[in-house]
Write a new protein. Structure first.
Length: 256
């Protein structure tokens, strides 16, 4: 009596095996993702701390982000250069928090030094990230850092006048500005929705990105004028909040 059911069972198994599998995020990928995201967030929190008058809430957020960066480093692959890079970056962040609250209290070379420390650290991490296969979209787990890095560029324009990016690396996100990163994130989120079994469940994520992308497109990074492309006032606190929420959603989805 069981024999007639056997071909049906085998057919079902074949169909299940043929479905495209969504690879789970492994421990190394998660660590590399967290290192990059938390490094960007820590620098962003420093900019908010200084730009918003050393408010207690921003000081607390900076400490929280630095602790998260430390935890991510503890979970990362062993590497002397990686640990030294993180030590240098944290020292630069602490230095920035120690200067007085006025703009003139900040040494004129400090923004360049902070940018360099961040770029050097992110480059060390990025060397361990495998490139996507030719013709394949950016893996979802690599998308959150692009959101955070672009948000950080916005905060730097608002508070420091700009963040030095690696123009000599135009193929890497470290050398890209809103003209490249906004369309890239646009396409990847559209693909995420198109491939989802429940597109309606991603509506909040889509709406958040639509709102955030409007601000990021306004960055005007190629201009030496420290104003947005539209002339509207900068909104760094709102951009930071939406970027964090969006990258949290993307990290959660990439881990499923």
């Amino acid at each position: 009596m069981l024999r007639p059911a056997l071909p049906a069972v085998l057919c079902l198994c074949c169909l299940l095996l043929a479905l495209p599998a969504r690879a789970a995020l492994d421990d190394q990928q998660r660590a590399l993702q967290q290192l990059q995201v938390q490094a960007c967030r820590a620098v962003g929190s420093l900019l908010l701390l200084r730009g918003e008058g050393f408010q207690e809430q921003h000081a607390a957020q900076l400490e929280k982000d630095l602790a998260s960066l430390d935890r991510a480093l503890a979970a990362a692959p062993e590497g002397v250069l990686l640990r030294q890079g993180e030590k240098t970056l944290v020292a630069r962040i602490r230095e920035g928090a120690a200067y007085g609250p006025r703009e003139e209290d900040l040494p004129w070379r400090y923004p360049q030094q902070l940018s360099r420390a961040l770029r050097d650290f992110l480059n060390l991490v990025e060397r361990q990230v495998p490139p996507p296969p030719p013709g394949q979209p950016l893996p979802l787990w690599q998308l959150p850092v692009r959101v955070e890095y672009l948000s950080l560029q916005y905060l730097a324009r608002a508070y420091l006048g700009g963040l030095e990016i690696a123009r000599e690396q135009p193929r890497d996100y470290l050398g890209q500005d809103e003209s490249v990163l906004v369309p890239l994130i646009d396409r990847r989120i559209a693909l995420l929705v198109a491939q989802s079994a429940n597109p309606a469940g991603l509506k909040k994520l889509e709406n958040r990105w639509e709102y955030l992308s409007q601000a990021l497109r306004d960055l005007n990074s190629k201009s030496s004028a420290l104003v947005s492309a539209s002339g509207r006032p900068w909104a760094p606190i709102i951009v930071d909040r939406h970027a964090r929420a969006l990258s949290e959603s993307l990290m959660r989805l990439s881990a499923e």
